[in-house]
Design a protein around this ligand. Structure first.
Ligand SMILES: *[C@@H]1O[C@H](CO)[C@@H](O)[C@H](O)[C@H]1NC(C)=O
Ligand SMILES: *[C@@H]1O[C@H](CO)[C@@H](O)[C@H](O)[C@H]1NC(C)=O
Ligand SMILES: *[C@@H]1O[C@H](CO)[C@@H](O)[C@H](O)[C@H]1NC(C)=O
Ligand SMILES: *[C@@H]1O[C@H](CO)[C@@H](O)[C@H](O)[C@H]1NC(C)=O
Length: 360
């Protein structure tokens, strides 16, 4: 587990330190940000099943993003599978995300960087920048929750290298009882960071581990070339290599978590949060590494958690209110009559037998 995490960290460090953060590269870092793009999570109770199938999302609007290399967001180097669609929804308790991106089916069991992988990233601290994942200036040996205060970023990373399509991964009893953001079964992990070098599973830290953390995420994946459901491990690789189609990822998390360490973003109905999505894919069969790390944006994307607007939309629909009012009036008259009838019957029944408790 830790090996995987540290290798991920290594990948990221490799990815992010490569060139970008040297002073030379900073000069031609340009971000043509889609600052106007809002991913909107409407109130849709009872709509989404976390099963990797996306039919339940089809009536919801999403946003399509170009998928560009995270370190060099240049349209010429875009992911060759095209755009990624991102949708969000909430049911008042949980927030749901759906990511859809075209890509040939590839699965190499246990070898994460020969399969697709995604991460979600959210701002926690008000001073956490998208660029440099929080942007705390400290080095790994000096970053702490104090020295990087305000730069906290929440991450969810799903490497599907050992996750069976359609099965649910993420927070589970075993890892959550140990109080960290790990997932030993499917590698759908809950992390936080202050910059790309200071990146930890929830609960772990540079100087102290706190076992009050949890993996609050659940999620699953699917590929459109898969023809039946109910897969088990032995069915791997689930479809034939290089089958064209689309990848679907579905995730959910409670809007609010029990985090007390500034390691989870907290979502509020009616408020806007900041997020981004990263994507790794073994292009042309080559295992992904740092430079294969794509992103849907080069700055934060806004995520609106919208309040239930049904009352507002229903007010003008007079007829439906009238029908409801008439029905409830009828219902209360009937209930009133029944209660008079029952009261009358009871008052006439003088000899209600009394059975003491001790005789039962
Ligand atoms: C964010 O930065 C501003 C300006 O440097 C500072 O006043 C504020 O306290 C910082 N916020 C946090 C949470 O550290
Ligand atoms: C935190 O836990 C991990 C895994 O058990 C361990 O490797 C690490 O040394 C711990 N860190 C601290 C500061 O105790
Ligand atoms: C799938 O595509 C990759 C890269 O194009 C190629 O190396 C590999 O041999 C292909 N696999 C099959 C089974 O065709
Ligand atoms: C693939 O990922 C593993 C860790 O998961 C890493 O050790 C290896 O170097 C990566 N391979 C490439 C080609 O980046």
């Amino acid at each position: 587990m830790l090996g995987r995490v540290s290798s991920l960290v290594t990948i990221l460090i490799f990815a992010q330190t490569g060139i970008l953060y040297s002073h030379h590269e900073a000069a031609h870092w340009s971000c043509d940000s889609n600052a106007d793009t809002h991913v909107q999570a409407h109130f849709n109770p009872g709509r989404i099943t976390l099963d990797g199938q996306v039919d339940d999302w089809k009536d919801m609007d999403g946003s399509a993003f170009s998928v560009l290399p995270a370190l060099d967001p240049d349209a010429d180097k875009a992911y060759n599978g095209g755009k990624m669609t991102v949708k969000a929804s909430h049911d008042g308790k949980d927030v749901f995300f759906m990511l859809q991106v075209d890509g040939d089916y590839t699965y190499s069991e246990g070898y994460s960087n020969k399969t697709a992988s995604v991460a979600l990233m959210f701002q926690i601290g008000e001073n956490a920048s998208y660029h440099r994942m929080g942007g705390c200036e400290e080095e790994p040996d000096t970053c702490t929750s104090k020295s990087c205060k305000g730069h906290e970023v929440d991450l969810m990373h799903f490497s599907i290298g050992k996750a069976i399509p359609g099965r649910l991964y993420g927070g589970n009893l075993l890892d959550n009882s140990e109080g960290n953001g790990g997932d030993r079964f499917g590698h759908l992990v809950d992390l936080y960071c202050w910059n790309p070098h200071c990146r930890y599973l929830d609960g772990y830290g540079p100087s102290v581990n706190d076992t009050s953390a949890q993996n609050d995420w659940k999620g699953t994946w699917w590929h459109s070339s898969l023809t039946h459901s109910g897969f088990i491990k032995d069915d791997s690789p689930y479809s034939s290599s290089n089958q064209s189609g689309a990848y679907y990822f579905e995730f959910s998390r409670p809007l609010r978590t029990m985090d007390r360490l500034q390691q989870d973003a907290q979502f509020t109905i009616g408020k806007t949060s900041k997020m981004s999505v990263a994507f790794w894919y073994p292009e042309n069969g080559k295992p992904w590494h740092g430079s294969g790390h794509f992103s849907i944006s080069c700055d934060w994307i806004l995520l609106d958690i919208l309040a239930d607007s049904s009352e507002l939309t229903k007010v003008p629909q007079r007829s439906s209110w009238d029908a409801a009012t008439a029905f409830s009036l009828l219902f209360s008259v009937v209930a009133f009559c029944i209660s008079i009838f029952v009261g009358h019957r009871v008052s006439r029944t003088k000899n209600i037998p009394f059975t003491p408790m001790s005789n039962l």
